[in-house]
Design a protein. Structure first.
Length: 590
């Protein structure tokens, strides 16, 4: 039985052009080298790409090299033809000067592949932080049927009977090292134990957050985000995703039918409920803008801030991915939100059904890990949006602000939520590392550590450097965290009380450029203001002194990235690329 696709497959233009056998022969012959026959390519089956993000230098996603066989089997069994190709790799921890440079690069190269080859639908393999937004951004630009599959988080890490999670163990162990409580060897053992298997970070860091967001957007099969990489269900999910990719190609279920403003607002809500990474902010804005959806600064407050934290997972809570998966994963969290009337259940998803239909019967199975909406881990746990004389936009992840912090920085007794601190300003992370233990800086528990030159233009790429730890002398006295502020980002696995993604950044003349060590910074969590208490005339004088220097571009891409990329508040996207959407409507000429 032959099925008729809802829209003719674009691969027909390559392989089945009447009167152009010279052209089609040229296109057809080389695929025989690995076993695909011309007849098969001409018979009208959809060609389903597998965008392979795993490799030896992208170890978080490496399991996709094996999962690809299961994806292929699913595609074949459902009547499609798989074609696997590499995505530009992104490895968060290892890429210098920062993996953030690669999100837009991976995006742009994936657009060229999806647009320029005979592909009718695509499985985008994701995992490590930026692989998910890069893939979804590209799927929107081209607008062909697309579905994401992540490789799954690692198994839970254990060190001497204590749960140790990716990234979070590093920040916590650094403090122990600084306080002289552990040595370098023990530090390495703790880090190694946090990574017991294949997979991406097992905390609710940026990887788990972004894969949860793909589910919230409706771009992956329900339950996909949290299944640990080595579990049997991970292979089954890969197979089912391959099958489904063929169906969405026939149904012409494209990202533009799924990625609506309401689905992005759902993603913002889910980010709060899971205690998601602060990197969700630029990535959600970037994906939305490429989908033609506007996410305003106020949306984070109006739709995300007041919601509770429901997932008890590091860094905001206690547990790790395996337990989260067994508790029901992302569908169980969305089910809580839906029941409480905080999710738009009417949004279409890659299953061909709505969110509400997908979520039926997905109640949590472990209430220590996924809490009920009316008995959450924390109330009002979303990103607080701040502005003031230092920047127009920054966020603070409130789910990780401790009681100790709240007491220590209270500006006046009884004035809840108003804090004051003395600024210690660093120009980039080398400067921070050189000077943080300098006694001359006189850093005490009433200071705020500020880092600048770490935004998209300054770094370049925007670096995860805002989660700075206090000097050793303070750690030894038991002061384990200081508030921080910066125009860079911070790791999603960090529990530091930070004001980050400050835009505009100092490198383009944002207010952090004129801030000086010793200035008092006042933060009002009630009104979302953050100001340096410096007179206007003095600000003008300092502005005349210029912008702190940042390193020159070292590669052609760094230079191009700087030329074309906007601020984190606007998603840090290649601004010109926003104008291209739905390129698959027009097949490129022969
Ligand atoms: Fe790749 Fe965390 S470093 S997922
Ligand atoms: Mg990260």
């Amino acid at each position: 039985m032959t099925r008729t696709p809802a829209r003719p497959f674009r691969s027909r233009e390559w392989f089945d052009a009447p009167g152009r056998s010279d052209m089609t022969a040229l296109y057809l012959e080389r695929f025989m080298n690995y076993g695909i026959t011309p007849d098969e390519l001409r018979c009208g089956k959809p060609i389903i790409g597998i965008a392979q993000s795993g490799s030896d230098i992208a170890p978080c996603n490496r399991i996709h090299l094996e999962l690809a066989d299961r994806i292929r089997a699913g595609i074949r069994d459902a009547g499609g033809i798989p074609m696997e190709f590499p995505m530009h790799p992104i490895f968060e921890n290892c890429r210098r000067p920062t993996a953030a440079l690669d999100r837009n690069l991976s995006y742009m190269t994936l657009v060229e592949i999806l647009n320029g080859y005979p592909i009718d639908g695509v499985v985008i393999t994701t995992g490590c932080d930026k692989t998910t937004p890069a893939g979804i951004m590209a799927a929107s630009t081209v607008d062909i049927p697309a579905i994401t599959l992540n490789g799954g988080p690692m198994l839970d890490g254990w060190h001497e009977n204590e749960l140790v999670g990716s990234g979070t163990v590093i920040w916590r162990s650094r403090r122990l090292l600084g306080a002289g409580k552990i040595d370098e060897e023990e530090f390495l053992r703790r880090a190694a134990d946090s990574a017991p298997s294949a997979g991406h970070c097992n905390t609710m860091g940026t990887a788990s957050t972004m894969n949860a967001i793909s589910e919230a957007l409706g771009m992956s099969l329900p339950g996909n985000a949290a299944i640990p990489a080595p579990y049997r269900e991970r292979g089954q999910m890969a197979y089912e995703t391959g099958r489904r990719a063929v169906e969405i190609a026939y149904d012409d279920l494209r990202p533009s039918k799924i990625l609506t403003r309401e689905s992005f607002l759902n993603a913002i809500r889910v980010t709060t409920a899971i205690g998601g990474s602060s990197n969700a902010q630029p990535h959600i804005v970037a994906m939305a803008r490429h989908a033609g959806v506007e996410i305003r600064h106020e949306d984070w407050m109006e739709h995300g801030y007041d919601l509770p934290l429901l997932v008890n997972m590091q860094p905001a809570g206690k547990y790790l991915s395996e337990r989260f998966h067994r508790a029901g994963g992302v569908p169980a969290v969305m089910w809580e939100l839906l029941k409480a009337g905080k999710l738009d259940g009417g949004q279409m998803t890659v299953t061909g059904r709505t969110q509400a239909e997908n979520l039926e019967g997905r109640e949590a199975k472990d209430r220590e890990v996924i809490l009920p909406f009316d008995k959450p881990l924390k109330e009002r746990a979303g990103f607080l949006v701040l502005k003031g004389n230092l920047f127009d936009f920054a966020i603070m992840k409130t789910s990780v602000i401790s009681e100790e912090f709240r007491r220590r920085y209270l500006a006046e007794p009884g004035r809840e939520g108003i804090f004051e601190a003395r600024a210690i300003v660093f120009d980039g992370s080398d400067d921070y590392h050189h000077r943080i233990n300098d006694p001359g800086l006189d850093i005490d528990e009433h200071c705020i550590l500020v880092i600048r030159g770490s935004g998209p233009q300054g770094w370049p790429g925007s670096a995860e450097v805002v989660n700075m730890q206090p000097p050793d002398a303070l750690l030894q006295r038991g002061i384990t965290s200081l508030p921080t502020l910066g125009d860079g980002r911070q790791s999603g696995t960090s529990d530091s009380p930070s004001i980050l993604n400050a835009s505009p950044e100092s490198a383009v003349g944002g207010g952090l450029a004129w801030l000086r060590t010793g200035d008092t910074i006042r933060i009002d969590l009630n009104t979302g203001r953050c100001d340096a208490l410096v007179e206007e005339a003095e600000i003008a004088r300092r502005e005349g002194e210029g912008i702190p220097e940042t390193p020159a571009s070292n590669t052609p891409w760094e230079a191009l990235y700087r030329e074309k990329t906007g601020q984190l508040s606007e998603g840090g996207v290649l601004e010109f690329a926003i104008d291209y959407r739905g390129t698959s409507k027009k097949v490129p000429r022969h």
